[in-house]
Design a protein around this ligand. Sequence first.
Ligand code: AMP
Ligand code: MG
Length: 415
Amino acid sequence: MLRELGQDLTPFEEVRQFILDHIEPLPAEDVPLEEAWDRVLSEHVVCDEPVPGFDNSAMDGYVVRASDVATANAENPVTLEVTARVAAGDAADTPLTPGSAQRIMTGAPIPEGGDAVVPHELTESTETEVIFVVPARSGQNIRRAGGDLSPGDVAVLAGARLRGPQIALVASVGRRTVRATRRPRVAILSPGKELVEPWEKPGPGQVRNSNAHGLAGFVRECGGDPTVLRIVGDDLEEIRAAVKRAIAEGADALLSTGGVSAGDFDFVRQVAEEDGRPGRVFKTSMRPGKPQVFAMIDGKPLWGLPGNPAAAIVSFTVFVRPGLRKLLGERPVVPAPFPVRLTEDIQYRAGRVFMLRARVEPDLESGGYLLASAGDQDSSFLASLSEANAIVELPADREVAPAGDIFPAHWIHPR
Ligand code: AMP
Ligand code: MG
């Protein structure tokens, strides 16, 4: 439809699919549990023993046969002799004889014959006896062997990112190491005659290289290992040489900002078109972030993002993060959008999907998210972008998105 308008725009979803179709996951390596945090699992971790391994008590209290205390109440208490004491780590090798109770602690194994645990708070006890004033139900306060996981269950699926709960689960099934995808080494290239390092004082017409350092943070957040290359000039051979060198030094992927529009010095597109197999230049259906370059150079993905800082970050979210997730074998490759209700009318230019950088907040009343502030949408400004936590996708065929309407949004830092 957009093409019929003569604008020759490619829907950004199509560009993203093109990119994803060319990326294969990196090889896996053994990673010790202590270093597994935030890594992406490349195997299903399967459980081969029941977890927990034995029936155990969920409370500190007394283990009984439920039938022995079935009639207990305040008027007719039941008194049982306490014949043993089982703590966590004990073997529970004294069977529970009918008409007796055993003191038991949380996590301790249930002795043979016991089928209920009465919490300490519901009893009265002496050195040798315990008095029950409430009945017990068979099975109460007992955590069954295999209740969490049974042999053959997949504890954590391949493609999952290992955070605290997943690592705990992997540990509980007895793993010392896991197979995780190697972290992608991502070289970040900054072509631009006007650029100086952030710690340098810009001369006339010069700007500090903010993109490379910001994107390095995004790469790290995705689980990659970024290297910020030194700035290169607007020179075809210099850019080409920097790309080749980065690949020779082991880069798995390259990110570049700037030099992708139709300006006289936009050589990244030329490198992509001439050296890429394939190498493509897109005019995408989104604003900001219309010009995009993607190439496979010596089998390594290269993203040529626009140079304007906000455009670069929006482009990272839409095109690079999914690509890095594919390199990592992470699932889902494209994080799911979530709904945001606008709290003000948003005016924008029709013709392309508007990627509104905004702060959104949870709304307990509606159970969804509300726009909290839209900030300045100038694609070269960073201050408002740094306040934003989401990108709200507003449709191309309108120029006002009205307050009250719901639109899909994407976290700038998905979790
Ligand atoms: P370009 O696409 O190369 O024409 O760049 C578009 C805009 O982004 C220009 O204002 C550039 O100065 C700016 N820009 C390009 N690269 C960077 C960078 N690494 N850091 C900050 N701004 C940049
Ligand atoms: Mg430039």
